[in-house]
Design a protein around this ligand. Structure first.
Ligand SMILES: Cc1ncc(COP(=O)(O)O)c(C=O)c1O
Length: 385
């Protein structure tokens, strides 16, 4: 169905930070499948785990046990501080849908509201679409499920006013990803935590894009030192194999009862095997540290590029705000023509989310391509030309 514009390029193969199209042209992938392929394409450990699992047991129903899903749940729980429980789905939207249902179950009758922030992105199912703070995306799909309100990003007073007794939880990204890579300002998440505690609402952090090392910490909220009640993740968890997870702390997760929520494929052996291998490599390689170091190199290099006005975002979730006169969509296209995949996250900013194992040489090559593209664009648009 025409939910996406016709593709400009068709990729047929990938390895690490590189992609090849159907005409054999090579690209540097600085988008990573939209922050998905954190270990790069065709990572041997993930490929081996997936093929081994395919030969052993692809799927069993959640009416029965399997050994792989619980392994992944234990690792995630450990990375999140322990004591919680995990529900597996197949995507970020499903992870958030689980969080929303859990908040309603925890809140009890009459306490069903979810507050999220303008500029956020939480998914495309009807509930997660309504949680997404982008009214233009709601227009065509009214009426949306009830119980969702939005407040300005970074505005604690607005949040306080929105936390009425019917609110069960607050859902937010620690760094707005689709909204343009906008990190929470210092003190914001701590303030949200305090308000949630005062009003008895759950703090639910959407780590679908920011989680699992991307920002230089295992999870984006850890930069602020807060402890959320619910954490959702997906994208990087299977390094490209679809899997999503909703973690909740002790005392919250247990409010679900058998029959309250389910997913045929959630936590099934194949997806879980990909996640188990991905997490094992992530821990062995200490991807948060890699993201910090590589992110610093990339940020510093971008700051030196003529045509880049500002660079935002921690670790390897980066927005390069372009100087006046450049159109991010045009620059995205020109970069792609020269073999660099990036994404115009806003009309004036490019998003860079390369694999966390990206090499220094690849970073330097990508920045050189972008610098050349911006220089040509500036020349083309110069009034003296
Ligand atoms: C923060 C955030 N939440 C949720 C989603 C939705 O994830 P999915 O497309 O896997 O449903 C996305 C996707 O971009 C996201 O960035």
């Amino acid at each position: 169905m025409p939910t996406y514009p016709p593709p400009a390029v068709t990729f047929v193969r990938g390895s690490g930070s590189e992609l090849w199209d159907d005409e054999g042209k090579r690209y540097l992938d600085f988008l990573g499948g939209l922050a998905v392929t954190a270990l790069g394409h065709a990572h041997p450990a993930v490929a081996e785990a997936v093929s081994e699992q395919a030969r052993t047991l692809l799927h069993v129903s959640n009416l029965f046990g399997n050994v792989v899903g619980p392994d992944v749940a234990r690792t995630l729980d450990r990375l999140l501080g322990g004591g919680g429980q995990v529900f597996f789905g197949n995507s970020g939207a499903e992870a958030n849908e689980c969080a929303i249902k859990l908040a309603r179950r925890f809140g009890g009758r009459g306490r069903y509201g979810v507050v999220s922030t303008y500029g956020s992105f939480h998914g495309r199912t009807l509930a997660t679409l309504h949680a997404t703070g982008q009214p233009a995306k709601h227009e065509a799909f009214q009426p949306l499920p009830e119980g969702f309100t939005h407040v300005a990003w970074e505005d604690l007073d607005a949040l306080e006013a929105a936390l009425t007794p019917d609110v069960a939880g607050v859902l937010l990204e620690p760094i707005q990803g689709e909204g343009g890579v906008r990190p929470a300002p210092p003190g914001y998440l701590q303030g949200v935590r305090r308000l949630c505690d005062e009003r008895g609402a759950l703090l639910m952090v959407d780590e679908v894009q920011t989680g699992l090392g991307r920002t230089g910490a295992w999870f984006g909220f850890q930069h602020a030192g807060v402890e959320p009640d619910v954490v959702t993740m997906a994208k990087a968890l299977g390094n490209g194999v679809p899997i999503g997870a909703c973690w909740a702390r002790e005392g919250v997760a247990g409010t679900f009862e058998p029959g309250d929520h389910a997913s045929t494929f959630g936590g099934q052996p194949l997806a879980a095997a990909a996640a188990r291998a991905t997490l094992a490599v992530m821990e062995a390689e200490d991807v948060p540290a890699r993201a910090r170091a590589a992110g610093e190199r990339l940020t510093d290099a971008l700051r030196g590029v003529a045509g880049v006005a500002d660079v935002r975002g921690p670790g390897l979730l980066i927005a390069a705000e372009l100087a006046a006169g450049h159109d991010a969509k045009e620059i995205e296209t020109a970069c792609r023509d020269r073999g660099l995949v990036v994404n115009a996250v806003t009309p004036t900013a490019l998003r860079l989310a390369p694999p966390l194992l990206v090499s220094d040489a690849e970073i330097d090559e990508a920045v050189a391509i972008l610098a050349a593209v911006l220089e040509d664009d500036a020349l083309e648009k110069s009034p003296t030309r």
